[in-house]
Design a protein around this ligand. Structure first.
Ligand code: PEP
Ligand code: MG
Length: 876
C-alpha cells in the first residue's frame, strides 16, 4: 500500500502523536470516542519531512491526497470551500509531536475572499462581522503565511482609525473595514509583487507550506535545541472546519481545565465569552465570565461540556486543558491536551487521581516535575503580581525562592537593616566568606558575578535562601552605594525583589506567598521512598541545616564543608591567625583556639543526625579567601597574633596565588600543615565519642580528604588522620570505627581510581571541581561565557548545573569501575551541586552510586528524582 500522508480526523488516535502531532492526535481521539469535533484532517509530520527532503516543495501525490481529504471534509460538512452561497471556512494550525510554543500561529477563516465574504455576511446576518473576519484573515494570512510585515498592516489599520476618529476597533464601520481591506490588498501587491490569492485552494496549500516552513525557522530551531527536541520530528498541519462562536447570543467560546491548574481542586476551571471568537478571549477586550456561569447562558451546552470534561479526564487519565465553541447553542470541542499546572496542583492532582483509582502510584510519581518540588518549600511571589511586573534584569537562577527588601551593599548593612525589623536584599559584585552574617540576615542575595557553584550560590542553597548570581546587567558601586541598571540608579534607600527560581530582578517589593506543605506532598515523598534505591544525603555545615535536612528526609550528610564553619565573626580572627602563623608553634596556638568551636559544631551535627552517616571533609579552600580585607581587620589581626602590621602585609602578599583554585588548597593544606588535619580529626573523633556516650548510640565517622590526585597524597594525609585518631581514642578510653575516604574531583583521580581506592574506603564525586577541571572552565568566572555558549546553541545546558554525562560522567563511570575493581565494597556517592539535579541523579542511579548528596532544600527533589530513575529504568 502507498504510504499515507493525510489523515481525516476519523482515521487517527491519540497513539499517533508522532505522525499527527499532539493536537492532531487528540482531535482524532475525540472524534473516535464520539465527541462533537468540527470535522477536518491532519497533514502528517511525514509530509513535513518529505517537504524538506524534496527541497521545500509539497509532493504532487501529497497535494492530491490533501484535495481528496478536502473533498471528504466538504461532503461531511455539506459545504464547499469557496462556494459563493454557503462557503466552507477552515482553520489551519501547526501541531508538532512535542508542544512547541513560538511555532506558526493559527490562521482562522481560511477560504474567505471577495465573494465568500458576502455570503458570510448574509449567513450570519452580520455584514460587519463578515468584513471584520475578512480583514483579520488578510492580516493573519499575510503575516503568517506570506511574511508581509505585521507593522505595515497595523499602519493601515491605525491610519484608518485615526482618520475616522475611532477610539476602539469596534468603532470602525463596515465601510471603514472595506476600505482597510482594499489597503491590505494593495499592500500584498506592493510587498509581494502579486495579489492576495483569491482561490481558497491556493490559500490552503500556501498555509500548509507555511506551517512546514515554520518548522525550520530560527526560533523553532533554537527552541528545539534548548529543549533537546530532535530536528527530525517535523510538524503536522491541522485543517479543521470553522465553527462560529460569534453568531449571536446563543453562541460563544471558551477554555477550561478539568481541575483547577493552580490548586488542583477537582472542579471545572476556566472562562467563556458569549458571542465571541477564540481570539477575543485572548485579546482581553471583553471580560470573560467564569465557566460555571455558562449554565446561565447555554444550559444544554454546559451540561454536555461538563459530561465531556469528565469523560476526557477518565479517558486520558490526566487533567485536561480544553477549548470549545458553542455555535447556535451547539457545543463543539476544538482541542484537548494534558493541562499545565503549578507544583502545588501537580502534587494534589497526582495524589487525588491515585485515590480515585485513575492512575497508579508510579504514574503519579512520574507526573511531578522534581524541579517543581523545591518551589513548594520556598516562599514565592504572588503569581499575578509577578506576571504584571517587568523584570529590570536577569541573572542565573542560583537558588530558588523569592525575596524582597531594601538594597544593602554590605553584609553589615544587611544585618543592620534586618535588625531594625526591615527586610534586606544583599547586593554584591560577588560574595565572600565574610558576607555570611549578611546572607543570613538578608531575604535574598543578588550578585553581579559568579556562577552556579560560586560562593553565594552554594551558601544560599544550603540556607534555602533565594539567590541570583551572574547578573551582568548590574553595575554596582559599593563605595558610593549605588546600583545602576540601564539608565536607572538605585541607592540603599530603594527596594528590590528577586526571584531565585527564574533569575529575575524587579523594582520595588512584590507580594510574597508563604510556604505551606500539604499532606499530599508527604504522601508523594513516602511513595518515592518506597521505590528509590539511591540513598539521599545532604550537604550541611551547621546543626541547624542538618536538622532541616533531616526534616526534609535526608538519610545522612554527604559533605560537611569544614571551612564554612569558620565563617562566623567569632572564628574568623582565629583562622586568620592560623594562616599568617610563621611557624608551627604559632599555627598550633591558633588552631587550639579553633578546636573547641569545631568540636561543639560536630557534636551539634552528630546529635542532629543520630546514627545516620556523616562525611566530614578536611579543610579545602584556598587560604587567602580568609585573609583580612579591611584596615580594621589588619589591625585586629596584628593585635591578636602579635605580628607587626608591615610584616602582615608581606605575609598576606606571599599568600596570594595567581590561580588559587589550582593552588594551595584541598589535601595540599594537610600535607604542608599536618597540624590543621590533626586539629580537625581530634575535633571529629572527640565529638563522635562524646555523642556516642551521651546518647547511647553508635557513630561511624567518615573523614574525607579533598582534592586528591594520587594515592601517595592520600596515604600521607591518612597517616596523620590515623595517628591522631589513635591518640584521641586512647585519651578518651573508647575505640570507635571510623572510615577514611576521598573526593574524586580531579580528572587524574578518576583515571587512577583503582590505585587510589586501595587507600580509600569511600569515594565522593566532587563534580563542581571535576567539571571545572575537565572543561578547563573556571566555576566562578565563566557564567557569561557559558550563557553565550547556550544562547548560540554550542552547549545545551550549563555543565555546572546539569552533569555533562558524556565527559565528566565518563570520568565518573571510569572511576566507579576502577574503584570497585580494587575495592569491591567501596562506598560511592556524589556531593557536587549535581547531586540535587534530577537528570544528574538519574545518571548517578545508572552509574551505580549508592547515594547522592545535595543541599537540604533539594533533598525532596532528589527523593523524587531517585524514584523516577527506578521507574524509568523499569519502563525502558
Ligand atoms: C566539588 O568540588 O564538587 C565539591 C563538592 O567541593 P567544593 O564545591 O567545596 O569545592
Ligand atoms: Mg571541590
Amino acid at each position: 500500500m502507498e504510504k499515507q500522508f493525510v489523515y481525516s480526523f476519523n482515521e487517527g488516535s491519540k497513539d499517533m502523536r508522532d505522525i499527527l502531532g499532539g493536537k492532531g492526535a487528540n482531535l482524532a481521539e475525540m472524534t473516535k470516542i464520539g465527541l462533537p469535533v468540527p470535522f477536518g484532517f491532519t497533514v502528517s509530520t511525514e509530509a513535513c519531512k518529505k517537504y524538506y527532503e524534496d527541497g521545500g516543495k509539497i509532493d504532487q501525490g501529497i497535494i492530491d491526497e490533501i484535495l481528496t481529504k478536502l473533498d471528504e471534509l466538504e461532503n461531511v460538512m455539506g459545504k464547499k470551500l469557496g462556494d459563493p452561497q454557503d462557503p466552507l471556512l477552515v482553520s489551519v494550525r501547526s501541531g508538532a509531536p512535542i508542544s512547541m510554543p513560538g511555532m506558526m500561529d493559527t490562521v482562522l477563516n481560511l477560504g474567505l475572499n471577495d465573494e465568500t465574504v458576502v455570503a458570510l455576511g448574509k449567513l450570519t446576518e452580520n455584514e460587519r462581522f463578515a468584513y471584520d473576519s475578512y480583514r483579520r484573515f488578510l492580516q493573519m494570512f499575510g503575516d503568517v503565511v506570506m511574511e508581509v510585515p505585521m507593522k505595515r498592516f497595523n499602519e493601515i489599520f491605525d491610519g484608518k482609525k485615526a482618520e475616522v476618529g475611532a477610539v476602539y476597533d469596534v468603532d470602525l464601520t463596515t465601510e471603514d473595514l472595506k476600505s482597510i481591506i482594499e489597503g491590505y490588498k494593495a499592500l500584498y501587491v506592493e510587498v509581494l509583487g502579486h495579489a492576495f490569492p483569491q482561490d481558497p485552494k491556493e490559500q490552503l496549500m500556501e498555509a500548509v507550506k507555511a506551517v512546514f516552513r515554520s518548522w525550520g525557522n530560527d526560533r523553532a530551531i533554537l527552541y528545539r535545541k534548548l529543549n533537546e527536541i530532535s530536528d527530525d520530528l517535523g510538524t503536522a498541519v491541522n485543517v479543521q472546519s470553522m465553527v462560529f462562536g460569534n453568531k449571536g447570543n446563543d453562541s460563544g467560546t471558551g477554555v477550561a481545565f478539568t481541575r483547577n491548574p493552580a490548586t488542583g481542586e477537582k472542579k471545572l476551571y476556566g472562562e467563556f465569552l458569549v458571542n465571541a471568537q477564540g481570539e477575543d478571549v485572548v485579546a482581553g477586550i471583553r471580560t470573560p465570565k467564569k465557566i460555571d456561569q455558562m449554565a446561565d447562558s447555554f444550559a444544554d451546552a454546559y451540561a454536555e461540556f461538563e459530561k465531556i470534561a469528565n469523560l476526557l479526564e477518565q479517558h486520558y487519565h490526566d487533567m485536561q486543558d480544553m477549548e470549545f465553541t458553542v455555535e447556535n447553542g451547539k457545543l463543539f470541542m476544538l482541542q484537548t491536551r494534558n493541562g499545565k499546572r503549578t507544583a502545588e496542583a501537580a502534587v494534589n492532582i497526582a495524589v487525588d487521581m491515585v485515590n480515585e483509582g485513575l492512575i497508579d502510584k508510579k504514574t503519579a510519581l512520574l507526573r511531578i516535575e522534581p524541579e517543581f518540588v523545591e518551589h513548594l518549600l520556598h516562599p514565592r511571589f504572588d503569581a499575578d503580581e509577578e506576571a504584571a511586573a517587568t523584570a529590570i534584569a536577569k541573572g542565573l537562577n542560583a537558588s530558588p525562592g523569592a525575596g524582597c527588601g531594601r538594597i544593602c551593599f554590605s553584609a553589615d548593612e544587611a544585618a543592620e537593616v534586618a535588625a531594625s525589623g526591615e527586610k534586606a536584599v544583599l547586593v554584591r559584585t560577588e560574595t565572600s566568606p565574610e558576607d555570611l552574617a549578611g546572607m543570613v540576615a538578608a531575604q535574598g542575595i543578588l550578585t553581579q558575578h559568579g556562577g552556579a557553584t560560586s560562593h553565594a550560590a552554594v551558601v544560599a542553597r544550603g540556607m534555602g535562601k533565594c539567590c541570583v548570581t551572574g547578573c551582568a546587567a548590574l553595575d554596582i558601586d559599593e563605595e558610593a552605594k549605588t546600583l545602576t541598571i540601564g539608565d536607572k540608579v538605585f541607592t540603599d534607600k530603594d527596594y528590590i525583589s528577586i526571584d531565585g527560581s527564574t533569575g529575575e530582578v524587579f523594582e520595588g517589593m512584590l507580594k510574597l506567598v508563604p510556604v505551606e506543605i500539604s499532606g499530599n506532598f508527604n504522601t508523594i515523598m513516602k511513595w518515592a521512598d518506597e521505590i528509590r534505591t539511591l540513598k539521599i544525603r545532604t550537604n550541611a555545615d551547621t546543626p541547624r541545616d542538618a536538622q532541616q535536612a533531616v526534616e526534609f528526609g535526608a538519610e545522612g550528610i554527604g559533605l560537611c564543608r569544614t571551612e564554612h564553619m569558620f565563617f562566623d565573626e567569632e572564628r574568623i580572627p582565629a583562622i586568620r591567625e592560623m594562616i599568617v602563623a610563621e611557624d608551627e608553634e604559632a599555627r598550633r596556638k591558633a588552631l587550639a583556639k579553633l578546636l573547641p568551636f569545631q568540636k561543639s559544631d560536630f557534636k551539634g551535627m552528630y546529635k542532629a543526625m543520630g546514627e545516620r552517616p556523616m562525611t566530614v571533609r578536611l579543610l579545602d579552600p584556598p587560604l587567602h579567601e580568609f585573609l583580612p580585607k579591611t584596615p580594621e581587620d589588619m589591625e585586629q589581626l596584628s593585635k591578636s597574633s602579635g605580628i607587626a602590621p608591615e610584616r602582615l602585609e608581606v605575609l598576606a602578599e606571599n599568600l596570594k596565588e595567581v590561580n588559587p583554585m589550582l593552588g594551595h588548597r584541598g589535601c595540599r593544606l594537610a600535607i604542608t600543615y599536618p597540624e590543621i588535619a590533626e586539629m580537625q580529626v581530634e575535633a571529629i573523633l572527640t565529638a563522635a565519642i562524646e555523642v556516642c556516650e551521651e546518647e547511647g548510640i553508635e557513630i561511624v565517622p567518615e573523614i574525607m580528604i579533598p582534592l586528591v590526585c594520587s594515592r601517595n597524597e592520600l596515604l600521607n594525609v591518612k597517616e596523620t588522620v590515623d595517628k591522631t585518631a589513635e591518640r584521641v581514642m586512647e585519651e578518651k578510653g573508647r575505640r570507635i570505627t571510623y572510615m577514611v575516604g576521598t573526593m574524586i574531583e580531579i580528572p587524574r583521580a578518576a583515571l587512577r581510581a583503582d590505585d587510589i581506592a586501595k587507600a580509600a574506603e569511600f569515594f565522593s564525586f566532587g563534580t563542581n571541581d571535576l567539571t571545572q577541571m575537565t572543561f578547563g572552565f573556571s566555576r566562578d568566572d565563566t557564567t557569561n561565557i557559558i550563557k553565550d555558549y547556550i544562547d548560540r546553541g554550542i552547549w545545551d545546558a550549563n555543565p555546572f548545573q546539569t552533569l555533562d554525562q558524556s565527559g565528566v560522567g565518563h570520568l565518573i563511570e571510569t572511576a566507579v569501575t576502577l574503584g570497585k575493581k580494587s575495592r569491591p565494597g567501596i562506598k560511592l556517592g556524589i556531593c557536587g551541586e549535581h547531586g540535587g539535579d534530577p537528570r544528574s541523579i538519574e545518571f548517578c542511579h545508572k552509574a551505580g552510586l549508592q547515594y547522592v548528596s545535595c543541599s537540604p532544600f533539594r533533598v525532596p527533589v532528589a527523593r523524587l528524582a531517585a524514584a523516577q530513575a527506578v521507574i524509568k529504568e523499569e519502563q525502558a
